[in-house]
Design a protein around this ligand. Structure first.
Ligand code: SAM
Length: 263
């Protein structure tokens, strides 16, 4: 798989530049996207976390780390952005005994393995892996960090529908006495891994650098490292609150995987 090593620093620096804006936007409880699409499914896939040691990879401002702590987990959360981690710590006063935050680059295999062999019941990464240039180190390190049968639950933008350069449009058709609107996606590339720019949140200071990987490229790497895929979700919104705009209802904007380390 392409490891995009030449883009590691740029992608990390871009996140550092956007971190304060991102944290202000997400706040303590994060946005609707997270609350409705990511959280409920991720929590279900993680199962019971009470008294479990959980690694939160690319934790951002710690919004899900705090949720895990509320559910009774002991959390080690890391991100490459110092500002994100500073903001996460500021927001986590009530959870100080349950969450430890660190600044770590997920492309640094040795730093990851230093977090402790067989130290974690599970790992999670919400909307993080498509922001990380080289995911070989983190997938490899997880085979060491997780306990036997430990799981890794992660979400990314859906690589089939949010491809580089894809276009979204809303078409209207008169059917009988109704004006019917359909949300459509036009895509022209998928299989080739690619680094591209995009907008994480409207009006963010600078573009995010994303790393597109097809499902087969992504999962091949995970299977080669010894993981098996045992659950998958494609969440979408139940309804569109802004009629006439593009709706992510029957097209899922994200995909969530649960991998298990083979015992
Ligand atoms: C879309 S945000 C998701 C944050 C958080 N997981 C959430 O769901 O709110 C992506 C995060 O990945 C982090 N990130 C990007 N590259 C990274 C790297 N190489 N190592 C660790 N974190 C990284 C960014 O700093 C950012 O906080």
């Amino acid at each position: 798989m392409d490891n995009f090593k030449e883009h590691i620093d740029d992608s990390i620096n871009r996140w550092e530049s956007n971190a304060a804006f991102w944290d202000d936007y997400m706040g303590d409880k994060s946005n609707q996207f997270h609350r409705e699409l990511i959280r409920p499914f991720t929590e279900t896939l993680l199962g019971n976390v009470t008294q479990h040691s959980i690694l939160d990879i690319a934790c951002g401002n710690g919004n899900f780390s705090r949720r895990l702590a509320e559910l009774g987990a002991k959390v080690l959360a890391f991100d490459s952005s110092q500002t994100m981690i500073d903001r996460a710590i500021k927001r986590s006063d009530h959870f100080i005994k349950h969450i430890e935050y660190k600044v770590i680059d997920a492309t640094d295999y040795n730093a990851l393995v230093n977090l402790g062999v067989s130290n974690f019941h599970a790992a999670v990464s919400n909307m993080g892996l498509m922001d990380i240039a080289d995911i070989n180190p983190v997938i490899s390190a997880l085979t060491k960090l997780l306990k036997p049968s430990g799981s890794f639950v992660f979400s990314i933008v859906h690589p089939c529908f949010q491809t580089p350069g894809m276009k979204k449009y809303v078409e209207q058709e008169e059917v009988d006495n109704q004006i019917v609107a359909r949300s459509c996606i036009m895509t022209y590339k998928y299989l080739q891994s690619e680094s591209h720019f995009g907008v994480g949140i409207r009006n963010q200071p600078i573009a995010t650098r994303y790393f597109h990987r097809s499902l087969s490229a992504l999962l091949k790497l995970c299977f080669e490292k010894g993981f098996v895929l045992d659950a998958l979700e494609e969440p979408s919104f139940k309804q569109n609150d802004h009629p006439g705009t593009f709706e992510w209802t029957d097209i899922p904007p994200v995909i969530i995987f649960r991998l298990k380390k083979q015992a």
